[in-house]
Design a protein around this ligand. Structure first.
Ligand code: DGP
Length: 111
């Protein structure tokens, strides 16, 4: 079980901001911005590389959840949505997740 599956199963705590039958959103334990929320599908897809055409609706939903959480948390001056995929991107938890970062100016290009 990954750490995110344990959060989904309520085996470890998290600051949950939204949940339904397909996905959950909670605050990152190591925030890289004043708002840093992770949007995680309940289906255990390890990373974007492993998603299939059957996951199209779920992948789209993750972005719409990011949009909704951004609105709920009043990220009115902008936000960034990130998926780290594989070692070069710094992926550390092998369960697909979308980072939502906001409430500060974010540099580009990323490090
Ligand atoms: P990534 O590097 O893209 O795989 O991002 C994984 C993120 O997961 C990282 O920003 C820290 C976060 N994280 C790791 N363990 C926990 C945890 O136990 N609780 C919460 N809320 N976040 C976690």
């Amino acid at each position: 079980m990954t750490i995110f599956e344990k959060i989904i199963a309520r085996q470890i705590p998290a600051k949950i901001v939204w949940e339904d039958e397909d996905a959950i959103a909670f605050h990152d334990v190591d925030p890289q911005a004043p708002v840093h929320v992770l949007i995680v599908p309940k289906k255990a897809i390890p990373r974007l590389t492993d998603a299939t055409d059957e996951d199209a609706a779920l992948l789209g939903k993750l972005l719409l959840v990011a949009r909704n959480v951004a609105k709920e948390l009043e990220l009115s001056s902008g936000y960034r949505v990130v998926i780290n995929c594989g070692p070069d991107a710094g992926e550390s938890v092998p369960h697909l997740h979308v980072h939502l970062l906001g409430k500060r100016a974010l540099a580009w290009p990323p490090g």
